[in-house]
Structure formats: structure tokens, C-alpha cells
Design a protein around this ligand. Structure first.
Ligand code: ZN
Length: 400
């Protein structure tokens, strides 16, 4: 009979993922060996064993690959059952067929671990199981328990289904949740966990003035701009000196807060990857300037930041993803937003969500319009005590 595992044994196992990858010469889906030289910022994320992990990220920075290896290793070594969600069933078949299965096929040790069951939706890994699910299908709410939930592309997923999955962790001794996604708009999707995390940024040191800083983008304020758009080089935000790829490689994660927080958070932008030159970032930015691409794309997919602005594109998925079966309890303050035009268009809701929308002809009943109270905006202020109305003052108020 084997001895019960001590915390030390377990931490040795979990920290052993790097050794496992090197010993087994683990390869990615293209058959190339995994390396950290051009992804130095991934190293600490691989080793982070916080039960709640959030990464707000740009596109193509190696996070999905990381999660595939972490899940495989932890499922095997820690005997964890894992549920991995993606927005749709189609996303699941593309991800598992095009990436997970190819990675498994390229690595004999992983092939051996999954020999008992290996389908698109379910894989045995040693004695554990990993399930892949889309959040938009009826099958989504599976009645299995898990030790870790991984929500990939949270911002395009169905939000109440994601929330329902939490109940699957109830009987686990691990109760882990990993969320990673490129962000969309502030306070939605991955940004919700990011805001309550320790918000780690990748700090590098300027070789010229020794100032530690993280790379950021701000065309309005040179003190916050790490790219010289003219010369297409990364530069120090303090002295303006040029930063080499090697300077960008040698960084460390720095927490924004030292308060104890529930979530361990990382922000990964394309700028911190030595594989992405300043020139390539400027090219993406110029596409926005030439109106071939939108600013929210640049912020979300290149900088890994949420974006709220005039050019925001809100997709149908984003709206439908937030529809829930929950009944609004009408708690707290009701806020009514009004867009003024020939008609007055309104929408009202509270912290729990939107309650309704519509349009009416005037603000208050008067002698001229002879409208009943219910057909004017004043009705809402009377109906909901303590409510607030926010009205666009620059609207088109011309009436025929
Ligand atoms: Zn400097």
C-alpha cells in the first residue's frame, strides 16, 4: 500500500511539469519542441498552482498550448478530472481536432496516457478524464464532477452556462478555475476575474537608465508609450532608449497589489513576446488608422486589453451570451438610459441586468402633448423610487 501524499510530494509533482516537458522532449502541434526562449513570460504561468487563475491575453501568445500541457500533466500526476469549455461545439471540434489531437499524436508519452479513451469530447489521461464542451449547446450542463474548470475564450461563451459549471467543483478537494480569453469590453468576460486578481504585469529593465517598466501603448502620452511609431522600435518609457528583443526577454511578473486576493492574474500582450517585433505592432496599428481594422480589435487581440469606445463592435454572440433565465428581483437602484431623437428611446435596468426598453414621445405630460403619464419618461421616475435617468443631451430633438 502506498503512503498518503504529502504537500511536498504534490508540489514536487506540479513543479515538475517543466522537467516532464524537457525529459519527454514535448512538441507542439507542428512537431516543434516547446521552448521558453521566445515565451519567457509563460514559465511562471506554467508553474502557478493557484486554484483560481486568470489570464487576459492577446491572440497567439501560447496560452492554449500551455493549458493543454498543464491539464494533461495535472490530470495524470494529481489525478484531476478536468472540464475544458470553449464557446461553441464547433470551436471544440476545431480545437481538439486541430490542436489537442495533433499535440497528442506528436508526443508518444501523451499517446500512451490517452489510449483507453480518446474522442473529441472526452479523453482518458491515465486514471483521470478530461471533457471538452461548448457552452452554447444543450448538452453543456453535464452532470459530471470536476477538479478543474478551464474556460477558454470566456468572452465569446455563454455566461450563465459558465457560471453553472461552478457547481461541478462542489465535491472536489482542488476546486480550481482557470479563465483565459482575449478581453472584449470592460467589466465583462475575463475582465471580471482580472479586476479582482493581483493583476501581474511583465516588468523589464531598461539597459540604459535601469528603469523597470512594463510595455504599454498610448499614442496620447509618451510616458506611457513603449513603441516609437516612426522608427518602429520598442523604447524605454523613461529615457526613450531602444529596447532589444533580449531586453524584452528578461522580465519578471510584478503584482499590482500585495493584498490577499482570490485570483492570480496575468496580462499577456503581444508586445511582451520577442516573436512580435515593434514593426509588426505598428503595422497592425496602421491597419486601424487606415480603417482596415477596428480599434477594439487592436486593443483586444494585440494589447490584450478591454476596449470601450465609439468604434466598439458588439457581436450578436456577446449579447446573446449574456441572456439568462434568472428572474430579476428589482433590487437596488434602477437606472434609465435615454437616447434623444425624434422619439425618446430608453432602456432601463439594475445591477442584475436589463429590465426593458422602448420608446416614447415626451419627457412629461403637458397641455400640448396631452399624453398620459405612462407614455412619458417621467413614469419611470415615479414608478421606481430612487431611480436615476441619464439622458443624452446632444441628441436630435427636431420634431416635424
Ligand atoms: Zn531607459
Amino acid at each position: 500500500m502506498s503512503e498518503p501524499e504529502t504537500i511536498k510530494d504534490i508540489s514536487h509533482k506540479t513543479g515538475g511539469i517543466i522537467a516532464w516537458m524537457l525529459d519527454n522532449k514535448i512538441k507542439n502541434e507542428k512537431g516543434d519542441p516547446i521552448e521558453f526562449r521566445d515565451h519567457p513570460f509563460l514559465y511562471d504561468i506554467y508553474l502557478d498552482q493557484s486554484p483560481n487563475l486568470v489570464v487576459t491575453k492577446a491572440a497567439q501568445v501560447g496560452l492554449s498550448t500551455l493549458e493543454i500541457f498543464r491539464n494533461h500533466y495535472d490530470a495524470k500526476m494529481m489525478k484531476m478530472d478536468i472540464i475544458y469549455t470553449l464557446p461553441t461545439d464547433q470551436d471544440v471540434s476545431i480545437f481538439v481536432g486541430g490542436k489537442v489531437n495533433r499535440i497528442i499524436a506528436n508526443n508518444p508519452c501523451m499517446l500512451e496516457d490517452t489510449k483507453d479513451k480518446d474522442t473529441i469530447e472526452q479523453k482518458a489521461i491515465g486514471l483521470s478524464m478530461e471533457y471538452f464542451r461548448g457552452t452554447w449547446s444543450k448538452k453543456a450542463a453535464i452532470m459530471i464532477t470536476a477538479d478543474r474548470l478551464v474556460h477558454d475564450e470566456k468572452d465569446s461563451s455563454k455566461q450563465d452556462v459558465i457560471a453553472d459549471f461552478q457547481a461541478r467543483l462542489q465535491h472536489s478537494k482542488f476546486k480550481q478555475t482557470h479563465v483565459f480569453s482575449h478581453p472584449s469590453v470592460p467589466n465583462n468576460g475575463v475582465d471580471m476575474e482580472w479586476r479582482i486578481s493581483d493583476q501581474k504585469e511583465w516588468f523589464i529593465e531598461c539597459p540604459h537608465c535601469k528603469k523597470e517598466q512594463y510595455l504599454s501603448w498610448n499614442t496620447e502620452d509618451p510616458r506611457k508609450m513603449s513603441v516609437n511609431i516612426e522608427t518602429e522600435e520598442y523604447i524605454c518609457k523613461k529615457c526613450g532608449g531602444v529596447l532589444s528583443d533580449d531586453n524584452r526577454r528578461h522580465g519578471r511578473w510584478v503584482r499590482k497589489t500585495n493584498q490577499p486576493v482570490k485570483w492570480s492574474g496575468y496580462h499577456v500582450s503581444m508586445m511582451m513576446s520577442p516573436m512580435h517585433s515593434a514593426k509588426s505592432i505598428v503595422e497592425k496599428y496602421n491597419e486601424v488608422m487606415n480603417q482596415k481594422q477596428t480599434m477594439d480589435y487592436f486593443y483586444n487581440k494585440i494589447l490584450g486589453l478591454p476596449y470601450a469606445g465609439g468604434g466598439n463592435s458588439v457581436s450578436q454572440d456577446m449579447i446573446l451570451g449574456r441572456v439568462t433565465d434568472e428572474t430579476n428581483q428589482y433590487n437596488g437602484r434602477i437606472v434609465i438610459g435615454v437616447d434623444t431623437g425624434i422619439k425618446l428611446r430608453y432602456v432601463y435596468g439594475n445591477k442584475q441586468g436589463l429590465l426593458g426598453y422602448g420608446e416614447c414621445d415626451d419627457y412629461t405630460p403637458d397641455e400640448v402633448n396631452k399624453l398620459p403619464l405612462e407614455q412619458t419618461l417621467e413614469y419611470f421616475l415615479k414608478k421606481f423610487s430612487n431611480s436615476i435617468m441619464v439622458i443624452d443631451q446632444g441628441g436630435d430633438i427636431y420634431r416635424k
